[in-house]
Write a protein that binds this ligand. Structure first.
Ligand SMILES: NC(=O)C1=CN([C@@H]2O[C@H](COP(=O)(O)OP(=O)(O)OC[C@H]3O[C@@H](n4cnc5c(N)ncnc54)[C@H](O)[C@@H]3O)[C@@H](O)[C@H]2O)C=CC1
Ligand SMILES: O=C([O-])CC(=O)C(=O)O
Length: 336
């Protein structure tokens, strides 16, 4: 009996010390937008988030007041346009969905002219106020905005590639859902790794890596790959000028943030695709690449190799690399 209660208090003490270690302040920059609002709602429900700072050039205090009434323990604060520095004080994780979305007929690269400077300026503020924060970049074009953030951090002398992530989780979420729809299975059993980048041909789903995807051949395989690569266009078209994916992206953003927070708090074996500084295709001049990454207390813990590819996947990768290289170079050149 004594032994059991002693064990229980030891467990309680462990639980307390691990939750004390998990005092995690998260900022959302662009919190008033189509993604920012539902993302803030989902982060408020995450017990690993102890404090949520919501910033936008429009409407963040209102979103914060609204979200703050939700009955979870985290504290929520809203910051208007002129309080970016205050929003960033003491933050461990910064999620950035600030910027304009696509309209029908546009590519993600067409957003570059507007979003590059928004992301550059927000990254400069993070580098100055909270240089040790982990940055999760949602703003498009991700293939270019991640290099932009990295260059800003290099210039500021505070670059640590383990802390800068491009969010490609929506591609993984789509691949899982679309494959399960075809095979009549549960999406949780269709965990398709998606590698490369986040736009059109740079999105490379590895269907051969999952039992339910292996058997797909010919037209059904090609159609599924196309749907995963161009899933974003489906939403842009359906919204008909009112923007791009917001709700599914908020879900994906919250899912990745949760994975990172679990890794940061010491959980082992948290592995998910994300677009990071990567050695995998460095010999081909590709500095950033999304592949399965193990997340840990420092952020990126280990970058897993892509693994064996089918003949079709080899071709997809071949088509991905030149586009990805151009997108990355464009981002780097913007800051230089
Ligand atoms: N990585 C991914 O998988 C996905 C990325 N996106 C991208 O996310 C971005 C945001 O999309 P939405 O939320 O739909 O757009 P939105 O227009 O609804 O919201 C963007 C928000 O950013 C704010 N904003 C603009 N400049 C700012 C600045 N300097 N500082 C702080 N906030 C600023 C705006 O006031 C607005 O509230 C777009 O670039 C879109 O392409 C969208 C879906 C998926
Ligand atoms: O399609 C867009 O512009 C937004 C996006 O990145 C996605 O939905 O994957």
């Amino acid at each position: 009996m004594f032994a059991r209660s002693a064990t229980r208090s030891l467990n309680n003490a462990r639980q307390f010390s691990s939750s004390a270690a998990r005092q995690t302040k998260v900022a959302v920059l662009g919190a008033g937008g189509g993604i920012g609002q539902p993302l803030s709602l989902l982060l408020k429900q995450n017990r690993l988030v102890t404090s949520l700072n919501l910033y936008d050039i429009r409407g963040a205090p209102g979103v914060a007041a609204d979200v703050s009434h939700i009955d979870t323990p985290s504290e929520v604060n809203g910051y208007p346009a002129d309080q970016l520095d205050q929003a960033l004080e003491g933050v461990k994780v910064v999620v950035i969905p600030a910027g304009v979305p696509r309209k029908p007929g546009m590519t993600r690269d067409d957003l570059f002219n507007t979003n590059a400077s928004i992301v550059r300026d927000l990254a400069s503020a993070v580098a100055r106020v909270s240089p040790e924060a982990h940055l999760l970049i949602i703003s498009n074009p991700v293939n270019s905005t991640v290099p932009i953030v990295s260059e800003v951090f290099k210039k500021a002398g505070v670059y640590d590639p383990r802390r800068i992530f491009g969010i490609t989780t929506l591609d993984v979420v789509r691949a899982s859902r679309f494959l399960s729809g075809i095979t009549g299975t549960d999406p949780k059993d269709c965990n398709v790794p998606v590698v490369g980048g986040h736009s059109g041909a740079t999105i490379v789903p590895l269907l051969s890596h999952v039992a339910h995807g292996k058997g797909l051949k010919g037209e059904s395989y090609e159609k599924l790959v196309h749907r995963i690569q161009f899933g974003g266009d489906e939403v842009v078209k359906a919204k008909d000028g009112a923007g791009s994916a917001t709700l599914s992206m908020a879900y994906a953003g919250a899912k990745f943030t949760d994975a990172l927070l679990r890794g940061l708090s010491g959980e082992k074996g948290v592995i998910t695709p994300t677009f990071v500084k990567s050695p995998l295709y460095a010999d081909k001049g590709i500095e950033y690449f999304s592949s399965l990454v193990e997340l840990g207390v420092n952020g990126v813990e280990k970058i897993n190799p892509v693994g064996p590819l089918s003949a079709e996947e080899e071709k997809l990768l071949e088509a991905c690399l030149p586009d990805l290289k151009k997108n990355i170079e464009k981002g780097k050149a913007f800051v230089a």
